[in-house]
Design a protein around this ligand. Structure first.
Ligand code: MN
Length: 148
């Protein structure tokens, strides 16, 4: 009788992507339920997640880590997400990082306000996992195409 395929160590093959494919996404969000969900969704598709729960910490992390993408909650304690986006877009070291606003506001004037602040797109809350991941993957493809 065969002993089966797990005769030796039972170790699994590594399934991670090579480091060059790793995408760092910074999430700035003060609501812990939204942070948990965003982190779960991003990690489920292989992204590395950096977390900040206020704008000041988010801006500092963006400088230090140079993420590939930033998801920015608009309503934050202290500095709000639009002002933080303005700071990032006004700084040569961070202005090329795309910023997607996370917002519960979904009216027409709000979208214009979000764009005017320099955001590259927005995702409406409550988060729908499909829209969320599609928006992020489209933005990352756009960025990859623009880089070369
Ligand atoms: Mn918030």
């Amino acid at each position: 009788m065969e002993a089966g395929s797990r005769s030796k160590s039972g170790e699994q093959c590594p399934v991670g992507k090579p480091p060059s494919d790793m995408t760092k996404v910074l999430v700035v969000e003060d609501n812990s339920a939204n942070m948990t969900l965003a982190t779960f969704l991003l990690e489920s598709v292989g992204h590395t997640v950096l977390k900040a729960s206020d704008a000041e910490a988010g801006v500092a992390l963006a400088h230090a880590e140079q993420p590939d993408l930033i998801l920015m909650d608009i309503q934050l304690p202290g500095m709000d997400g639009l002002r933080a986006t303005g700071l990032l877009k006004g700084d040569a070291t961070t202005r090329d990082i795309p910023v997607i606003a996370l917002t519960a506001l979904a009216m027409k004037g709000d979208e214009e306000r979000i764009r005017a602040a320099g955001c590259d797109g927005y995702i409406a809350k409550p988060l729908s996992y499909k829209d969320f991941l599609e928006t992020i993957s489209n933005q990352l493809e756009k960025r990859a195409a623009g880089k070369t």
